[in-house]
Design a binder for this molecule. Structure first.
Ligand SMILES: *[C@@H]1O[C@H](CO)[C@@H](O)[C@H](O)[C@H]1NC(C)=O
Ligand SMILES: *[C@@H]1O[C@H](CO)[C@@H](O)[C@H](O)[C@H]1NC(C)=O
Ligand SMILES: *[C@@H]1O[C@H](CO)[C@@H](O)[C@H](O)[C@H]1NC(C)=O
Ligand SMILES: *[C@@H]1O[C@H](CO)[C@@H](O)[C@H](O)[C@H]1NC(C)=O
Ligand SMILES: *[C@@H]1O[C@H](CO)[C@@H](O)[C@H](O)[C@H]1NC(C)=O
Length: 467
């Protein structure tokens, strides 16, 4: 049986040839080595998979929805949701949470009583999504039937049919469009969607990917008395952003940014992290989002590995060396008491844009990384002007630095967001040109008024004890 099979195998002649001498062997071996190396080289050569950000648009709600802090208090009282006991606490929280007097509330809060209907929530997201998407498609001139991938992320609000179907229906996107609708994944989901789009663009050549990040606050106002659920009411505001990505080489010249890295981390397997931001009913059965004392620890546990990976990818060699040397010395010779060197991330990125959401987290990050107030400006000003708009906040921050005329060709931009789960994502972009602010930038008419100085004071928050 075995010998019969052998007959079919074509043994190279030189191996069986009687006059096989050492020279020929060397020659053939060399030839094989060359072929093997070439093959190895081609197999390892990654296909070029550049992803470009053509443009993005942030939604600016109508001026009629602007609401100052005193007006927020007035509306809350008028709707009957503040008792004498919670009134002072809420005012105090509002004063110190870092938002200004021109953030936007949803339309429903301006009605005589707070009785949100499903259609009100739907209207809120439709205004944000269609408002920014109409502008984005108009601005970029991309035709709806060229869009091959659509990813929508919206954390707390969810409906049926999904928001992605709602968009496909309104713009009559093509039938074979790939759609994803990400819910419940917190404020970092916008960057998670960017990472997903990057992967999809590598398999579906020559397409456009559209990312829509938004949230609806209409039905998500907490109307109970549990203090640890109040923070969301104070910070959470209307907003949304749409982003167009492409991997067409023809878009190389008209894109704003190139995506360099997308890094995702999470600590959902740890109970402490998992429970730190939690949506649940209070004792009276009223739903709200609870933030407990473990938030800061969970954030640090999740953000740290993310920072380390980002550092490994982008920091210049001197910074990495300084870090490694002090790290090793500290391990080997603890008696020397050498301070751990903290790498200077400003040497590698020009614009640092962290999510506005957690003031205590940002303060800690600023202190640990030794970042200047100027570096944190875009984030603080976005919180002041637009509030916490969840996953779309980081796009208002990018619009801020663009409106300030700070983005120059070659600049590196670092989007960092974190949120419930606990999750943390970083995306690094490189500016492909020096960017002029357009009329569609939500900051354009008022950028001269910023930055403003905001006195925060200590954060008077009653976090719930950890569970
Ligand atoms: C887009 O991705 C595909 C698949 O990885 C790749 O073949 C193509 O070269 C990419 N286009 C650009 C402009 O990088
Ligand atoms: C992009 O611009 C460069 C120089 O301006 C040009 O050489 C190149 O052909 C352009 N690429 C495309 C795809 O238009
Ligand atoms: C969770 O973290 C791991 C790395 O720790 C990462 O590979 C994965 O993509 C993350 N998933 C999410 C949903 O963030
Ligand atoms: C970090 O690097 C930036 C840019 O090189 C520099 O302006 C800044 O002073 C440095 N910060 C520290 C703390 O050394
Ligand atoms: C910001 O808003 C999002 C809404 O999805 C919420 O999950 C997050 O906890 C908020 N951050 C803070 C600090 O309130």
């Amino acid at each position: 049986m075995f010998t019969m099979k052998l007959n079919f195998i074509n043994i190279p002649e030189f191996l069986t040839h009687p006059v096989l001498n050492s020279n020929t062997v060397v020659m053939y071996l060399a030839l094989f080595m060359c072929l093997f190396l070439l093959l190895f080289f081609f197999m390892n050569k990654k296909p070029s998979c550049k992803v470009y950000l053509i443009d993005f648009v942030c939604y600016k709600p109508p001026a009629s929805q602007k609401c100052s802090k005193p007006s927020v208090m007035k509306l809350a009282k008028q709707h009957g949701y503040l008792t004498e006991e919670t009134e002072d606490f809420t005012r105090n929280l509002l004063e110190r949470c870092g938002i200004g007097d021109s953030t936007y509330l949803a339309e429903t809060f301006f009605k005589p009583s707070y009785k949100p209907l499903m259609k009100d929530s739907r209207r809120e997201v439709e205004m944000a999504i269609f408002g920014s998407l109409d502008m984005l498609l108009g601005k970029t001139g991309v035709r709806a039937d060229n869009i091959g991938i659509l990813i929508v992320n919206c954390c707390i609000y969810n409906t049926e049919p999904s928001l992605s179907s709602m968009i496909v229906n309104r713009y009559k996107f093509r039938e074979n469009i790939i759609t994803y609708n990400i819910v419940g994944m917190g404020c970092s989901a916008g960057l998670l969607a960017t990472g997903l789009a990057k992967r999809l663009l590598q398999v579906h050549h020559n397409s456009y990917a559209l990312i829509v990040s938004t949230e609806s606050i209409t039905e998500n106002c907490y109307v109970g008395k549990d203090r640890s659920k109040f923070l969301i009411n104070c910070l959470f505001r209307v907003g949304g952003a749409t982003i167009l990505l492409s991997n067409r080489s023809s878009d190389q010249n008209n894109s704003k940014y190139e995506l360099l890295h997308a890094i995702h981390d999470n600590t959902s397997s740890s109970d402490r992290s998992y429970n730190s931001i939690f949506r649940e009913e209070d004792n009276a059965g009223i739903t709200g989002v609870n933030i407990n004392k473990d938030l800061l620890a969970a954030a640090i546990d999740t953000i740290k590995p993310n920072l380390i990976t980002v550092g490994r990818l982008i920091l210049p060699i001197q910074e990495k060396l300084a870090y490694q040397v002090t790290y090793i010395t500290r391990k080997l010779l603890p008696s020397l008491n050498i301070q751990q060197y903290i790498p200077n991330y400003s040497k590698a990125v020009d614009h640092f844009l962290p999510h506005v959401g957690g003031k205590p987290v940002l303060d800690d990050l600023q202190k640990t990384l030794g970042l200047s107030d100027e570096v944190m400006e875009a984030s603080r000003m976005t919180l002041y002007r637009y509030g916490n708009t969840s996953s779309s906040s980081i796009w208002y921050e990018l619009a801020y630095v663009e409106a300030k005329g700070r983005v120059k060709e070659g600049d590196k931009v670092w989007h960092l967001s974190f949120g419930s789960g606990f999750k943390c994502s970083s995306v690094i972009w490189r500016a492909m040109k020096t960017i002029d602010h357009g009329d569609d930038n939500p900051w354009t008419d008022e950028i001269g008024q910023f930055p403003v100085t905001v006195e925060f004071g200590p954060f008077p928050i009653d976090f719930a004890p950890s569970s």
